[in-house]
Design a protein around this ligand. Sequence first.
Ligand SMILES: Cc1ncc(COP(=O)(O)O)c(C=O)c1O
Length: 465
Amino acid sequence: MQLHLPLNGEGPLRSRLYRDLRNALLDGRLQRGERLPPSRTLAGELGLSRQLVVEAYERLVAEGFLVSRPGSGTFVERLPPGRQNAVTPVGVKPGAHWPMRPLWGDMPARRYNFAGGVTERSQLPWQAWRRCMQQAMRDEQAESRLYGDPQGDLRLRRGLADYLGFSRGLPCDREQLLITQGAQQGLDLLARVRLAPGDVVALEEPGYPPARSVFEAAGARLVSVPVDQEGICVEQIPADARLVYVTPSHQFPLGMPMSLPRRLALLELARRRDMLIVEDDYDGEYRFAGRPLEALKRLDNHQQVAYLGTFSKVLHASFRMGYIVMPDGLRDALLQAKFLSDAYSNALTQRALGHLIEQGDFARHLRRMQRRYIGRRNRLLAALETVSDFQVMPQMAGLHMAVGISTDPASMDALLEREQVTATPLADFYAQLLPMSGVLLGFGALADESIEDGVSALARALLHD
Ligand SMILES: Cc1ncc(COP(=O)(O)O)c(C=O)c1O
């Protein structure tokens, strides 16, 4: 890359060049060990005689900042004292409204990997994806528009609408679909269009921390609502909530589905109180037992529900692909918010995904993964059931399960690390209520052959403090 030396200011060119090079050492543009451009190249770029550049380099060599290595070039040897002792200025800070909390990030992959939210990269349909990417590139090459549609690629929306109707029992029109960068952007857009600072948001507790953080960042007042074996305790939702966030297919993190009476009660409350229900269906594609319950959105006769879907579990989180089935009243505002946020999601990925769905590779992949995960889930359940002190929460869908324990080991993180187990303490999913003791066990990336040993290691970590 070209080194930016403005040569402005007073004095002869010779001194300006020397000063600019020294400044580049001082402000970090030149790092220790870095090679400077050959004197002939720099002279050409700056429109100076080569002799001037050679002199400036020689002066910095004499001062010990540069070193000349015959045959290989001139390198930074030492940094000027101002740089070594420099104190980085604090600079500007976020506004006081900004909630500075640690975000939920990647977990260390230890020997027994029960990390939640993870799927196996190696199992992705890479060959089909390569083919679809090629097609997407050809489409892009032939495209004449500068910007794409904020709502999302038409082929992808068409494919998704068919998939949702056929496989998820959620008939919808492509005009109701908005393609987002994962469910996370869907949450952000919904918060933007629905919430003003101070508005009340009701959330399941325990619950999904990134959803909490989005609503908090929007300035909402968060109210935690407990869940029981039927899902969110609807009667405890505050009457003035403008938005209720729920995970009805597979409560995050405890795992139970929301019962039909609860679903109906929630819809009725939302209708009476003009609440928006955000239904996060993040891994409901994986159903292992029982009859599938209809999505809340399917029962939404009054346009109160925004349904969030994601490809993070059916493909991989790194695709950053998700969607909202929008309630009619929010449609125009959501399209505007999407445009203001990032204009539209990456065109190549959208197009390739549209092809993947249209050509049947997505459905084939999903069927294969469903078979793969059901075996793993059953084997994990069987291993957990051999430990009498583990209380396995009912789990009929999704890629994780929750295990309760009656004791509350201090420093659970350290114990898990000692036993080489990656798992999340349930306490991490509580913000206001008294946490239940236990762990969330993801099995999306768990090696089948490590299940039994992993459960023994887990028991050592949690039960024999
Ligand atoms: C409750 C919940 N919602 C949504 C997601 C997916 O988020 P995204 O689509 O932004 O990757 C996850 C992933 O772990 C999740 O657990």
